[in-house]
Design a binder for this molecule. Structure first.
Ligand code: HEC
Ligand code: HEC
Length: 488
């Protein structure tokens, strides 16, 4: 029966040791937690997280072996019965990890681990899934709900909310690129928008409450006003706003969701999130970022406001957490991710584009080798607090993009970071809100006109504002600039 044990989650232990000494940070250290996030633009609303003592009192969530799910009718005969015979197996075991490679391989398991678990109901697809199955009929495992999890013998479950679910890209040749900008675009079609409009009153009320937990920002808009605004039409509009490469996460904005960044190369980036919400000074900071984003941030107190009192709302078992070892492995895995070989040639056109890049002063912000100066730019109308000028890397200019995420969302810092241009050739959805689907559109001068209709974006017509660099080029220079950017 071994033939069923394919699965990405088989941990191969290479016991070569090689003197690797893991340096596992204490992730939820009170002092480090205090300093890793920028204060919010509304400083007295900066999140106050649970204490180290409370955090470590939570139970560690084991990471279980997962099993592939097949397209209907494609599974080997007797597959489900066989699965029901399987004992739960914990696949992440720090005692087995010797070399750095072992830790990285174990980090992949954490990256693919789905913390939020539901019963499996045969014939029911969790997300309608736009991606094709493999030749063998195996569904893409990183798409939410596409693997079996066995935490208890005889009980089949599915899960969602793994890092891999949002941070895996399907490349043009059909391969999956871990860590790159995800392709979650399972809700973008007319039927989904119509379903959102036809929603029953009791379901609508649940969605409104859920939206409040995710995005409610009472210091800017009362709960009453928020719920009033979250009409069926608005929620349908928010479904329409989702498109490939973009997703609204808690603390951001349903109407102005951010694009998903690529994690390849993140090791060199000093700030995390478009708004630079988290400082990234160490492996511990990346681990803390993962903890907050898997649910701890909705438990935090923003001044007098706690979005959810539900213990760790983003995990299956109440009151569970990652272990520091799991988080260390996860961070090592993310740091190990590399870009695939760039297929775009450095030809004459690209060389000409490189000249345009320097003539236009792009390198003032996007300087090589990272093609970012790792600084924060200031959102329109935000006054930089004096202490942040000393503690952080701030460039006192505004590039003039939409202000919602930085100033009107729960985790708004008042800043937008300068993103790296490395790997733009395998990304889409440019600008922090992903409004321009391609580089061609990002550098199309007509995008700033008031009657512009964005191409990959389903919101109402309107300009893609700001970042007007490179919009006044001749057609030839523009083409060359884009050719150059695609070689990075
Ligand atoms: C539901 C989708 C989703 C899931 C699940 C998810 N992320 Fe993300 N991630 C995002 C989005 C969206 C952003 C950008 C947010 C922003 O810019 O405000 C992001 C940003 C990041 C960043 C910042 C990178 C940068 O350059 O700014 C890191 C690091 C990251 N995620 C790691 C993880 C890890 C690790 C996990 C699993 C523990 C995870 N993410 C799970 C959607 C997701
Ligand atoms: C003053 C600093 C600054 C200059 C100069 C600048 N940029 Fe940017 N660039 C930014 C910032 C900040 C963003 C993020 C904008 C946002 O948050 O929406 C950005 C975003 C981008 C993006 C989208 C990347 C992504 O991941 O979404 C591209 C491409 C880009 N810049 C290329 C260029 C080029 C080419 C030039 C020169 C013609 C240039 N930039 C000049 C600061 C700058």
């Amino acid at each position: 029966m071994m033939r069923f044990a394919v699965g990405l989650s088989v941990l191969v232990v290479v016991a070569n040791g090689q003197g690797f000494k893991p340096e596992i940070p204490k992730v939820w250290d009170d002092e480090a937690v205090e300093r890793f996030e920028l204060p919010l633009a509304h400083r007295d609303r900066s999140p106050k997280h649970m204490s180290s003592q409370e955090y470590y009192a939570l139970k560690v969530r084991p990471i279980y072996k997962t099993y592939p799910m097949y397209e209907p009718g494609k599974e080997p005969s007797g597959y489900l019965e066989w699965l029901k015979q399987q004992e739960p197996q914990v696949v992440f075991d720090p005692a087995q990890l010797k070399s750095k490679e072992d830790w990285i391989a174990a980090g992949k398991l954490v990256f693919e681990h789905e913390p939020l678990v539901f019963p499996y109901r045969p014939g029911e697809t969790f997300f309608r899934n736009p991606l094709p199955a493999s030749k063998e009929g195996v569904l893409p495992p990183f798409i939410p709900g596409n693997q079996f999890i066995i935490r208890k013998k005889g009980v089949l479950e599915i899960g969602i909310n793994s890092c891999a679910g949002c941070h895996t890209r399907v490349m043009p040749d059909g391969s999956y690129l871990a860590g790159a900008q995800g392709v979650v675009d399972f809700r973008r079609d007319e039927a989904a928008i119509q379903r959102a409009k036809d929603v029953k009153p009791e379901v609508l009320a649940r969605r409104q409450e859920a939206a409040w937990v995710l995005y409610g920002t009472p210091w800017l808009e009362s709960k009453e006003k928020f719920l009033e605004r979250m009409s069926k039409e608005e929620l349908a509009r928010q479904v329409a706003a989702l498109h490939s490469g973009v997703i609204a996460r808690q603390g951001t904005s349903g109407s102005h969701p951010p694009h998903i960044p690529s994690l390849i190369g993140v090791k060199n980036h000093k700030y995390l999130d478009s708004t630079g919400f988290a400082r990234h000074r160490s492996i511990g900071d990346l681990a803390r970022y993962a903890v907050t984003n898997q649910g701890l941030d909705t438990l935090a107190h923003y001044g007098g406001f706690q979005p959810s009192a539900n213990e760790t709302p983003f995990s299956a078992e109440k009151g569970t957490r990652y272990s520091d070892e799991q988080l260390y492995a996860l961070a090592l895995y993310i740091y190990s991710l590399e870009a695939p070989k760039n297929p775009n040639p450095v030809d004459d056109l690209a060389k000409r584009g490189q000249k345009v890049f320097s003539q236009q002063g792009c390198a003032g912000c996007h300087n090589p080798p990272l093609y970012t100066n790792n600084k924060l730019t200031v959102d329109k109308g935000f006054v930089v607090p004096a202490d942040l000028r000393k503690s952080d890397d701030i460039l006192d200019v505004s590039v003039g993009t939409d202000t919602t995420l930085a100033l009107k969302a729960r985790r708004g810092t008042g800043f937008y970071k300068v993103p790296s241009l490395r790997g733009v050739w395998y990304r889409n959805a440019f600008g922090h809100g992903g409004w321009a689907d391609t580089l061609e559109e990002w550098f199309d001068p007509s995008r700033v006109k008031s009657d512009y209709v964005p191409k990959g974006y389903w919101m109402q017509p309107g300009p893609i504002e700001g970042h007007e660099f490179g919009l006044k080029l001749s057609a030839e220079d523009r083409k060359a600039l884009i050719a150059f950017l695609k070689t990075l």
